[in-house]
Design a protein around this ligand. Sequence first.
Ligand code: UT7
Length: 329
Amino acid sequence: MNKNAGIVGLGVCVPEKILTNFDLEKMVDTSDEWIKTRTGIEQRHIADENTFTSDLASKAAINALEDAGIKPEEVELIIVATITPDMFSPSTACIVQHKIGAVNAAAFDLNAACSGFTYGLTVASQFITSGYYKNALVIGAECLSKITDWKDRNTCVLFGDGAGAVVLKPVDEGRGILSTHLGADGSIGKHLTVPSLALEPQELEKRDPENPRTIWMNGSEVFKFAVKIIADATLAVLEKINLNIHDVDAIVPHQANLRIVDGAAKRLKFDNNKIFTNLQKYGNTSAASIPIALYEAVKSRFIKNDDLIVLVGFGGGLTWSSAVVKWYK
Ligand code: UT7
């Protein structure tokens, strides 16, 4: 019988440098009060000019492998979820493979923005469940500071850099990843964009022409989408295995805004105290936010063995993704 994939190792890496709301007050027309009341964010970690996504991803990966007791050369698959790859090619996953010495692993990147980690978890778990691979490393890693317009107060107060990694292996029935759910709606992708090769006029006009390859977001549209989709994606992934919201011990959502979390909790009629948040310290780290939050939720014993947890992401694409995990490590 096929086995579930379970998370058997966790690791994180965030850059040392901290940028506080008070630092931002000196850079753009904003205030600590505005940022805290509108988002909950108090500070974020920012990579120095010589540190890139693969550096953070590699350190998080090594920590996760140590936690799982697996040697780099035993790793069979590496997926890096990111929208800030070091290069178009090689993929960040290939750079990480080389940096950590995972010489026997297949490696590729996955772009589903802030939903990327749970997308990656879903893809990797198919390889484990089918028996194709015996283990996989799934990493969410970003250097968003490198694509931030530091003159745009609408976005520069929101984002941070970081990486989180997990190791997946087959686990006993009833444990690990029980269900996943993925979705996308490209027709509303225009609300959150980062140009690459194509610099279309409608994208150029929203940005500083001197620095056009930066994040632009229609915050209020993404906000409304996020509140609805967290609730919908949570219910959809539970429904697939005939569970409901009352069965859930904890939710670890993508960390974008405390008001989004509050709105989703109300919609789900779910106790806010059972939703883990740490965006106060890290801001929105896109694909890295769920694995960093999961790591801290486990270390702080917010999540304990045998808890039923839901991971739920939403973001650029627009995309969404969710997973039900029976936690056991
Ligand atoms: O991870 C990917 C998904 N991203 C998200 O989930 C983010 C979703 N969106 C949000 O979290 C919120 O929409 C924001 C935090 C981005 C914005 O909050 P909001 O309550 O939707 O504010 P708003 O965009 O409606 O702006 C309200 C006011 C505006 O001023 P006026 O036009 O009312 O005079 C903005 O110019 O706040 C102003 N504003 C700021 N003021 C001080 C916008 N950014 C700032 C700022 N400091 N940093």
